[in-house]
Design a protein around this ligand. Structure first.
Ligand code: FMN
Length: 181
Protein backbone atom coordinates (compact mmCIF):
# COMPACT_ATOMS: atom_id res chain seq x y z
CA UNK A 1 0.00 0.00 0.00
CA UNK A 2 1.50 3.25 -1.10
CA UNK A 3 1.07 6.65 0.41
CA UNK A 4 0.44 9.80 -1.61
CA UNK A 5 3.41 12.09 -1.81
CA UNK A 6 1.90 14.75 -4.03
CA UNK A 7 -1.28 16.72 -3.70
CA UNK A 8 -3.46 14.96 -6.23
CA UNK A 9 -4.80 11.71 -4.87
CA UNK A 10 -7.29 11.70 -7.75
CA UNK A 11 -4.53 11.67 -10.36
CA UNK A 12 -2.84 8.88 -8.50
CA UNK A 13 -6.03 6.82 -8.23
CA UNK A 14 -6.66 7.25 -11.94
CA UNK A 15 -3.12 6.56 -13.10
CA UNK A 16 -2.82 3.39 -11.01
CA UNK A 17 -6.26 1.96 -11.69
CA UNK A 18 -7.39 2.36 -8.10
CA UNK A 19 -10.94 3.12 -6.97
CA UNK A 20 -10.58 3.12 -3.18
CA UNK A 21 -8.87 5.79 -1.09
CA UNK A 22 -8.67 5.55 2.69
CA UNK A 23 -7.91 8.78 4.53
CA UNK A 24 -6.84 8.84 8.15
CA UNK A 25 -6.89 11.40 10.93
CA UNK A 26 -4.34 10.01 13.33
CA UNK A 27 -2.07 11.22 16.10
CA UNK A 28 -0.53 8.04 17.48
CA UNK A 29 -0.96 5.72 14.51
CA UNK A 30 -4.06 3.63 15.25
CA UNK A 31 -6.27 5.24 12.63
CA UNK A 32 -3.43 5.10 10.13
CA UNK A 33 -2.99 1.38 10.74
CA UNK A 34 -6.73 0.75 10.35
CA UNK A 35 -6.70 2.73 7.10
CA UNK A 36 -3.91 0.56 5.75
CA UNK A 37 -5.83 -2.62 6.52
CA UNK A 38 -8.95 -1.40 4.73
CA UNK A 39 -6.98 -0.25 1.69
CA UNK A 40 -5.32 -3.66 1.45
CA UNK A 41 -8.56 -5.59 1.84
CA UNK A 42 -10.13 -3.70 -1.04
CA UNK A 43 -8.36 -6.05 -3.45
CA UNK A 44 -10.68 -8.85 -2.30
CA UNK A 45 -13.55 -6.88 -3.78
CA UNK A 46 -11.84 -5.75 -6.98
CA UNK A 47 -11.23 -2.37 -5.40
CA UNK A 48 -7.57 -1.52 -5.48
CA UNK A 49 -6.91 0.80 -2.59
CA UNK A 50 -4.47 3.37 -1.33
CA UNK A 51 -3.98 5.16 1.96
CA UNK A 52 -3.78 8.95 2.03
CA UNK A 53 -2.91 11.57 4.62
CA UNK A 54 -5.45 14.40 4.29
CA UNK A 55 -2.73 16.90 5.18
CA UNK A 56 -0.82 15.92 2.04
CA UNK A 57 -3.85 16.02 -0.22
CA UNK A 58 -5.96 18.66 -1.86
CA UNK A 59 -9.22 17.47 -0.34
CA UNK A 60 -11.23 19.67 -2.72
CA UNK A 61 -10.44 16.94 -5.26
CA UNK A 62 -13.09 14.83 -3.51
CA UNK A 63 -15.54 16.42 -5.97
CA UNK A 64 -13.76 14.48 -8.72
CA UNK A 65 -14.21 11.05 -7.12
CA UNK A 66 -17.41 10.63 -9.11
CA UNK A 67 -15.32 10.46 -12.29
CA UNK A 68 -13.91 7.12 -11.13
CA UNK A 69 -16.26 4.18 -11.57
CA UNK A 70 -17.37 2.39 -8.42
CA UNK A 71 -15.12 4.58 -6.33
CA UNK A 72 -15.15 4.85 -2.57
CA UNK A 73 -13.55 7.14 0.01
CA UNK A 74 -13.21 5.86 3.55
CA UNK A 75 -12.26 8.02 6.52
CA UNK A 76 -10.67 6.59 9.67
CA UNK A 77 -10.82 9.53 12.04
CA UNK A 78 -9.65 9.93 15.64
CA UNK A 79 -10.96 12.61 18.02
CA UNK A 80 -8.78 14.38 20.61
CA UNK A 81 -9.00 16.85 23.45
CA UNK A 82 -12.17 18.91 23.52
CA UNK A 83 -13.50 17.15 20.46
CA UNK A 84 -10.65 18.28 18.25
CA UNK A 85 -9.39 16.74 15.04
CA UNK A 86 -5.87 15.37 14.84
CA UNK A 87 -3.25 17.78 13.49
CA UNK A 88 -3.23 16.08 10.10
CA UNK A 89 -7.02 16.33 9.74
CA UNK A 90 -7.31 19.97 10.86
CA UNK A 91 -7.26 21.54 7.39
CA UNK A 92 -9.77 19.00 6.07
CA UNK A 93 -12.05 19.66 9.05
CA UNK A 94 -11.92 23.41 8.44
CA UNK A 95 -12.50 22.93 4.73
CA UNK A 96 -15.64 20.92 5.53
CA UNK A 97 -16.86 23.51 8.02
CA UNK A 98 -16.24 26.59 5.90
CA UNK A 99 -16.78 25.28 2.41
CA UNK A 100 -19.80 24.31 0.40
CA UNK A 101 -18.39 21.88 -2.13
CA UNK A 102 -20.90 19.82 -4.07
CA UNK A 103 -20.00 16.26 -3.17
CA UNK A 104 -22.79 14.56 -5.07
CA UNK A 105 -21.52 11.31 -6.52
CA UNK A 106 -18.94 10.79 -3.78
CA UNK A 107 -19.42 7.44 -2.04
CA UNK A 108 -18.03 7.27 1.47
CA UNK A 109 -17.96 5.61 4.88
CA UNK A 110 -16.50 6.75 8.20
CA UNK A 111 -14.94 4.86 11.09
CA UNK A 112 -14.33 6.91 14.23
CA UNK A 113 -11.66 6.28 16.81
CA UNK A 114 -12.36 7.56 20.29
CA UNK A 115 -12.70 6.74 23.94
CA UNK A 116 -15.96 6.76 25.87
CA UNK A 117 -14.37 8.27 28.96
CA UNK A 118 -14.05 11.57 27.06
CA UNK A 119 -16.95 13.97 26.95
CA UNK A 120 -16.59 14.59 23.22
CA UNK A 121 -16.81 10.96 22.26
CA UNK A 122 -15.93 10.44 18.61
CA UNK A 123 -17.14 13.92 17.86
CA UNK A 124 -14.99 14.62 14.81
CA UNK A 125 -15.86 11.37 13.04
CA UNK A 126 -19.56 11.98 13.72
CA UNK A 127 -19.26 15.51 12.35
CA UNK A 128 -17.45 14.40 9.20
CA UNK A 129 -19.98 11.63 8.54
CA UNK A 130 -22.89 14.08 8.81
CA UNK A 131 -21.21 16.90 6.95
CA UNK A 132 -20.29 14.75 3.94
CA UNK A 133 -23.93 13.73 3.64
CA UNK A 134 -25.02 17.37 3.95
CA UNK A 135 -22.72 18.25 1.07
CA UNK A 136 -24.45 15.67 -1.10
CA UNK A 137 -22.20 12.63 -0.75
CA UNK A 138 -23.62 9.10 -0.48
CA UNK A 139 -23.05 7.14 2.73
CA UNK A 140 -22.38 3.56 1.63
CA UNK A 141 -22.23 2.23 5.18
CA UNK A 142 -23.17 3.64 8.55
CA UNK A 143 -20.53 5.17 10.76
CA UNK A 144 -18.60 2.88 13.12
CA UNK A 145 -17.62 4.18 16.54
CA UNK A 146 -14.47 2.64 17.97
CA UNK A 147 -14.06 2.83 21.75
CA UNK A 148 -10.51 2.67 22.99
CA UNK A 149 -11.77 2.25 26.56
CA UNK A 150 -13.18 -1.19 25.63
CA UNK A 151 -11.75 -2.98 22.59
CA UNK A 152 -11.27 -0.76 19.58
CA UNK A 153 -9.78 -3.58 17.52
CA UNK A 154 -13.00 -5.61 17.94
CA UNK A 155 -15.10 -2.55 17.13
CA UNK A 156 -13.08 -2.02 13.98
CA UNK A 157 -13.18 -5.63 12.81
CA UNK A 158 -16.95 -5.95 13.22
CA UNK A 159 -17.57 -2.63 11.48
CA UNK A 160 -15.22 -3.60 8.65
CA UNK A 161 -17.00 -6.91 8.01
CA UNK A 162 -20.34 -5.13 7.70
CA UNK A 163 -18.72 -2.40 5.61
CA UNK A 164 -17.68 -4.88 2.91
CA UNK A 165 -21.16 -6.40 2.87
CA UNK A 166 -22.61 -2.94 2.25
CA UNK A 167 -19.97 -2.20 -0.38
CA UNK A 168 -20.71 -5.43 -2.24
CA UNK A 169 -24.44 -4.82 -2.31
CA UNK A 170 -24.03 -1.13 -3.18
CA UNK A 171 -21.77 -1.81 -6.18
CA UNK A 172 -23.07 -5.27 -7.04
CA UNK A 173 -19.70 -6.94 -6.61
CA UNK A 174 -18.57 -10.26 -5.19
CA UNK A 175 -15.61 -11.20 -3.10
CA UNK A 176 -12.70 -12.39 -5.29
CA UNK A 177 -10.72 -14.30 -2.69
CA UNK A 178 -7.64 -12.30 -3.61
CA UNK A 179 -5.78 -11.43 -0.41
CA UNK A 180 -4.00 -8.22 -1.29
CA UNK A 181 -2.75 -6.05 -4.11
N1 FMN B 1 -11.45 10.12 22.21
C1 FMN B 1 -12.67 10.75 22.08
O1 FMN B 1 -13.64 10.13 21.66
N2 FMN B 1 -12.80 12.06 22.41
C2 FMN B 1 -11.78 12.80 22.90
O2 FMN B 1 -11.98 13.99 23.18
C3 FMN B 1 -10.50 12.17 23.06
N3 FMN B 1 -9.43 12.86 23.54
C4 FMN B 1 -8.24 12.22 23.73
C5 FMN B 1 -7.16 12.92 24.30
C6 FMN B 1 -5.96 12.27 24.53
C7 FMN B 1 -4.83 13.03 25.14
C8 FMN B 1 -5.79 10.90 24.17
C9 FMN B 1 -4.50 10.18 24.40
C10 FMN B 1 -6.85 10.22 23.62
C11 FMN B 1 -8.09 10.84 23.39
N4 FMN B 1 -9.16 10.16 22.84
C12 FMN B 1 -10.38 10.79 22.70
C13 FMN B 1 -9.03 8.74 22.41
C14 FMN B 1 -8.34 8.61 21.04
O3 FMN B 1 -9.09 9.22 20.02
C15 FMN B 1 -8.19 7.12 20.71
O4 FMN B 1 -7.26 6.56 21.61
C16 FMN B 1 -7.75 6.83 19.27
O5 FMN B 1 -7.71 5.45 19.09
C17 FMN B 1 -6.41 7.42 18.92
O6 FMN B 1 -6.16 7.22 17.54
P1 FMN B 1 -4.73 7.46 16.87
O7 FMN B 1 -3.78 6.44 17.46
O8 FMN B 1 -4.93 7.21 15.41
O9 FMN B 1 -4.29 8.85 17.14
Amino acid sequence: IEQTSNSSFIKKLKSTGRSLVVFYGSQTGTAEEFAGRIAKEGARYKMKGMVADPEECDMADLVEMKEIQKSLAIFCIATYGEGDPTDNAMDFYEWLQNGDADLEGLNYAVFGLGNKTYEHYNEIAIYIDQRLEELGATRVHEIGLGDDDANIEDDFVSWKEKLWESVCSHYGIEETGEESN
